[in-house]
Write a protein that binds this ligand. Structure first.
Ligand SMILES: Cc1cc2nc3c(=O)[nH]c(=O)nc-3n(C[C@H](O)[C@H](O)[C@H](O)COP(=O)(O)OP(=O)(O)OC[C@H]3O[C@@H](n4cnc5c(N)ncnc54)[C@H](O)[C@@H]3O)c2cc1C
Length: 369
């Protein structure tokens, strides 16, 4: 088989890139060892928390803010292509606190962020209860990020996959990539379970598994899996309107009334099982944030692996030592949020050689193995 671009990994990053390239007329094939969808289909909470997830470092906030701005058009485009709802909802997000000192700090933060141009506001306990009556009355207030949003990640993944296929992308499920085709240092294709695939460009977008693929070529992609467990509640008559962060986790409401309670952050290798300890953490978190949800039906528990880089920034761009090879991986807690900007920047780099915006994310920044 021959294609212009061969992508390893059918998660949200691989599929968003495939869709974006195909829209520009590029021939793309995606190879996925399981079902298409990756962690976005099975675990992710779908929070588009550009404001609430920002930790003050320069590079990540600007990338996430750019992606947040692209999201409404990205979702609308997928909807136009498929006739299906991509579930983009601009709900806003709250960070709630339980201690007086934290409350004073966040109230001060609200002023600082607002002065820097963010649409944030501090909510006193009364205002918080009025806007979200489900939340614990013990909360001492909340920072409200007005522009944050959410999607129902499995549905978004479904719509994105259909849109990619409609653009001509070929998706090969249950087709693991075992190695690479090379000519000298150049990477010229993939060795897959379905046979060799020749490609002008090969992209590793294999999430937490990317490191293992890098090992085949002797390149250092130091991503480690961080396990996340979630509990999905089914509630129709007690709506939560905003995404809520606090007490070391979050509640993420969905359009259909479900609420995702998440998430653990565990170093457990590639194990993808829910554990008793994980479930206990999620139940305690729910009781702390919104105790009135205790009698809600549990729809299911989910578990997934975040691709975690050592410095918190994704690995995006070409591998100079291996011409023909590109990396798009390492989005840790924010791969759903960062999918549109990743696809946009990577597509421009592959098609037009526009590498400058990717410079802070150079995959070779960690040196040799
Ligand atoms: C519990 C949890 C909650 C989360 N919540 C959010 C959230 O609210 N908002 C947000 O933005 N992000 C969230 N994330 C993070 C987000 O899910 C990830 O950053 C994102 O899914 C990573 O996408 P990816 O495509 O890079 O990797 P993946 O989704 O892991 O996809 C990679 C794919 O590559 C495939 N693959 C691996 N090796 C091979 C091989 N050799 N051959 C073929 N295929 C291969 C895998 O099977 C996999 O399907 C959450 C993650 C977890 C675990």
């Amino acid at each position: 088989m021959t294609t212009e671009v061969a992508i390893v990994g059918g998660g949200i990053i691989g599929c968003a890139l495939a869709y974006t390239l195909a829209k520009e007329g590029v021939q793309v094939a995606v190879f996925e060892k399981e079902r298409v969808g990756g962690q976005a289909r099975i675990a992710a909470a779908g929070i588009l928390g550009s404001g609430v997830e920002s930790d003050g470092r320069d590079t990540f906030p600007s990338l996430s803010a750019q992606s947040a701005r692209l999201y409404p058009d990205f979702a609308a485009e997928l909807e136009a292509a498929t006739g299906l709802d991509a579930t983009y909802t601009r709900s806003g997000a709250l960070t709630i606190v339980f201690g007086e000192t934290q409350a004073m700090f966040l109230e001060h933060q609200a002023g600082v962020l607002a002065a820097a141009g963010q649409r944030v506001a501090w909510l006193e306990p009364d205002a918080l209860q009025a806007t979200e009556p489900l939340l614990s009355t013990k909360a001492r207030g909340a920072l409200f990020f007005q522009d944050d949003a959410h999607v129902y990640a499995p549905q978004l993944m479904h719509v994105l996959t259909l849109a990619a296929v409609a653009q001509g992308v070929t998706i090969h499920e249950y087709t693991p990539v075992h190695g690479f085709l090379t000519t000298g240092e150049r990477v010229t294709g993939l060795q897959t379970a379905a046979g060799p695939v020749h490609a002008a460009h090969v992209v590793i977008a294999a999430g937490a598994w990317s490191r293992l693929l890098g090992d085949h070529l002797g390149i250092n992609l130091p991503l480690k899996p961080t396990r996340g467990q979630v509990m999905v509640l089914e509630t129709y008559n007690r709506p939560l309107r905003r995404v809520v962060f606090g007490a070391g986790g979050y509640l993420a409401p969905k359009q259909d009334g479900r609420i995702v309670v998440g998430a653990t952050e565990e170093d457990a290798g590639f194990e993808r099982e829910n554990t008793a300890g994980g479930v206990a953490f999620l139940v305690k978190l729910m009781q702390r944030l919104a105790p009135s949800l205790a009698d809600t039906r549990v729809h299911h528990f989910g578990v997934g692996l975040r691709p975690t880089p050592p410095d918190g920034l994704p690995l995006l761009g070409p591998v100079a030592a291996r011409p023909g090879l590109w990396i798009a991986a390492g989005h840790h807690r924010n791969g759903i949020l960062l999918a549109p900007i990743t696809a946009h920047l990577m597509s421009n780099a592959i098609r037009k050689g526009d590498l400058a915006p990717l410079q802070p994310y150079a995959p070779e920044r960690f040196g040799a193995q």
